[in-house]
Design a protein around this ligand. Structure first.
Ligand code: FES
Length: 170
């Protein structure tokens, strides 16, 4: 993990390749949108444009700045896939747990990915190389169980294929 040391000292630690999010950065965005009707959405959008993710400390600052409960901000992030609670890795791995893929064993694919990368879904490896997310359908049901890595579809994946797939990315 890298850590930015701004003057205010309150900066979210970020994996390498991910932009750190400073309190000053969030405050500047809040100033721009605070009075707007859909301020929360606009603040999150701007923060994403700048940093690509919304760390927990930014969520609390945004909630305070807009006079909202933190749960409202967390809910907004959870609802819109565009907003990420963690930065994406160089390789973004999306595991489909939609019905078709699930019936063909995608939960075991997810388990294997977690084990190989030593991270949970929604997280990124400390070197910034891999991030893991769960999706509900990739639009490739005929190829299930399928995963994507940076939007490239890997068809008919089985758990035992995961180590070779990851190695091919090194
Ligand atoms: S359910 Fe997995 S691609 Fe559609």
């Amino acid at each position: 993990m890298t850590e930015n040391n701004n003057a205010d000292g309150r900066v979210a630690a970020a994996p390498v390749n991910a932009a750190p999010v400073s309190e000053a950065m969030v405050e500047e965005i809040l100033q721009k949108h605070r009075e707007k009707h859909d301020a929360l959405h606009m603040v999150l959008q701007d923060l994403h444009k700048l940093a690509g993710w919304v760390p927990d400390n930014a969520v609390y600052q945004i909630a305070e700045g807009l006079n909202l409960a933190p749960a409202v901000v967390f809910d907004m992030i959870a609802y819109y896939p565009l907003f990420k609670p963690a930065p994406e890795g160089k390789y973004k791995i999306s595991i489909c747990l939609g019905t078709t893929c699930y019936l063909r064993g995608s939960a075991r694919i997810l388990e294997r990915c977690c084990r190989e990368l030593n991270i949970e879904p929604g997280h990124i490896t400390p070197d910034g190389k891999f991030s893991l997310e769960i999706v509900r359908c990739l639009g490739a049901c005929a190829l299930s169980a399928s995963i994507t890595i940076n939007d490239v579809v890997y068809p008919r994946v089985e758990p035992d294929k995961i180590p070779a797939i990851l190695k091919s990315l090194e």
